[in-house]
Design a protein around this ligand. Structure first.
Ligand code: AHG
Ligand code: MN
Ligand code: MN
Length: 362
C-alpha cells in the first residue's frame, strides 16, 4: 500500500483508461471531496460551533420533503454541497434529500455533463449524540439532450438505474474521516490526513467477504417484517443449534452509511426491508441517494444489493425521493435472503401460530 497516493493522484490514474477525458469528472469528485472536508470540520466542532439540534425557521423546526425534521447539520451539509459543486461548470444539475426539486445551476454559470445526487448527512439522528454520520453521493451522466441544450434539469433526467452511475461514494465522519469511492473499477478508501488536509489512499481495493456471521436490522420493527425476513433473522438467532449451524452477531448503528462501511471493511449483511409498518411507504431508505450509491459500492466490492426481490441497481427510479426495501452485504447471505423471498410464502403467515415461532415475539 502506498499511503502517499492522494485522492487527486488516484483519480488521474483511474482516468488514464479514458484518454479523451477532459478532467471535469475528476474535478467534480474533488469538489465533492472538498464539500466533505468542510462538513467533517463542522461535525467535529459539534456543540462548540452550535451545530447540534434542529434547524429553526421562524422559531419552528423545519421539515424536509420526507416530512422529517431537519437538523442544523442537514441544512449546513446540503448548502455546503451546493456551494462547492455548483460553480465550476461540471454539473448540469443536482438533487438532494433536503431539496424537494432538482437544483438548477444559475443561468449565469457554465453547465456541464454530470448530475450529482446526494444525501448530505446520513444518520443525522446520531449528530446530537456524537455518533458516526456521513455523506452519500452519486454521479450520473446527464441525458445527451440536456447537455446539448443546456436547459434546466427535470426530475426525469435523474431517473436512471443505479447500474448507470459513473461514480458513487460516501464520506464517513467517524473517529477518522474517510472517503470511500468507486469510479466503476473497484472500491478505494481514503483516510483524511488532518495534518495535510488531504485524502490519502489507505484501502486500495476493498473486497467484501462472501460469507459472514454478522447482520444488522432494526429489530424493533420485527412485528412488521414479511415472512422471508423473519425466517432469515430467526435462523441467524437460532445460532449453532439452528439450521445455519453457526452463531451470528447483531449490530445496529442507525447510520446506514456507517453500517455500509463496516460491511465493506469486514463483511456482514444490512437489512432495511419493506415491511407493513406504513403501507404507503415501500421501505425506509431512499433509492436515489441512499440505496443506489451504496449498492454500487457494495457490488463493486464483490457484494450484492437487493430489494429481496430484485437487484437494487436495476430499478429505474420514478421519483427523486422514492423509497425502497434494501438488503445488502456479503453475497452469499444476500442471495440466501433473495431465495427466501422467491420461495412460495406460507399460506398461514397471518396465523398467530406462525408468528409464535418468531424468537422476537413474546
Ligand atoms: P437520514 O439521516 O439521511 O434521514 O437517514 C437515516 C436512515 C439511515 O441512515 C438509517 O439506517 C435509518 O435511517 C435509521 O432508521 P431507524 O431510525 O429506523 O433505526
Ligand atoms: Mn440518509
Ligand atoms: Mn440525510
Amino acid at each position: 500500500m502506498n499511503s502517499r497516493t492522494t485522492l487527486t493522484q488516484y483519480l488521474i490514474e483511474q482516468r488514464r483508461r479514458y484518454p479523451e477525458a477532459s478532467g471535469r469528472f475528476n474535478n467534480l469528485i474533488l469538489d465533492v471531496a472538498l464539500s466533505c472536508k468542510a462538513i467533517a470540520r463542522a461535525v467535529a466542532f459539534g456543540r462548540l460551533a452550535d451545530m447540534h439540534g434542529h434547524h429553526l425557521h421562524n422559531d419552528v423546526a423545519s421539515v424536509n420533503v420526507q416530512g422529517e425534521v431537519q437538523h442544523k447539520l442537514d441544512v449546513y451539509a446540503n448548502q455546503t454541497f451546493v456551494d462547492m459543486t455548483a460553480t465550476n461548470g461540471h454539473l448540469a444539475g443536482m438533487a438532494s434529500e433536503e431539496m424537494q426539486e432538482p437544483w438548477q445551476i444559475p443561468a449565469a454559470l457554465p453547465r456541464g455533463k454530470h448530475l450529482l445526487v446526494f444525501d448530505p448527512l446520513d444518520g443525522s439522528s446520531n449528530v446530537d449524540v456524537n455518533m458516526t454520520v456521513g455523506s452519500i453521493f452519486s454521479v450520473l451522466r446527464a441525458p445527451d439532450e440536456v447537455i446539448a441544450s443546456g436547459r434546466d434539469v427535470r426530475s426525469e433526467d435523474f431517473f436512471q438505474p443505479g447500474a448507470q452511475q459513473l461514480a458513487a461514494g460516501y464520506a464517513l465522519y467517524g473517529p477518522s474521516t474517510m472517503l470511500v469511492l468507486s469510479v466503476g473499477h473497484g472500491v478505494a478508501g481514503f483516510t483524511l490526513d488532518p495534518n495535510l488536509g488531504e485524502f490519502m489512499l489507505t484501502h486500495p481495493d476493498i473486497q467484501i467477504p462472501a460469507d459472514t456471521q454478522e447482520f444488522a436490522i432494526n429489530a424493533s420493527n420485527s412485528r412488521f417484517w414479511e415472512p422471508p425476513v423473519k425466517r432469515y433473522v430467526d435462523e441467524c438467532l437460532a445460532g449453532k443449534t439452528g439450521p445455519r449451524g453457526k452463531d451470528f452477531n447483531m449490530r445496529w448503528i442507525a447510520s446506514m452509511v456507517a453500517e455500509a462501511h463496516r460491511i465493506l471493511m469486514r463483511g456482514g449483511v444490512f437489512m432495511y426491508p419493506r415491511d407493513s409498518k406504513d403501507p404507503s411507504k415501500a421501505g425506509r431508505l431512499r433509492l436515489m441517494y441512499e440505496a443506489s450509491p451504496i449498492g454500487f459500492l457494495i457490488e463493486q466490492a464483490g457484494g450484492r444489493a437487493s430489494t429481496g426481490h430484485q437487484a437494487a441497481l436495476h430499478i429505474k427510479p420514478s421519483d427523486l425521493h422514492q423509497r425502497i426495501g434494501l438488503v445488502f452485504g456479503s453475497r452469499n447471505e444476500v442471495e440466501r435472503i433473495e431465495r427466501y423471498h422467491a420461495e412460495p410464502q406460507p399460506l398461514n403467515w397471518h396465523n398467530p401460530l406462525f408468528a409464535e415461532r418468531s424468537l422476537f415475539m413474546d
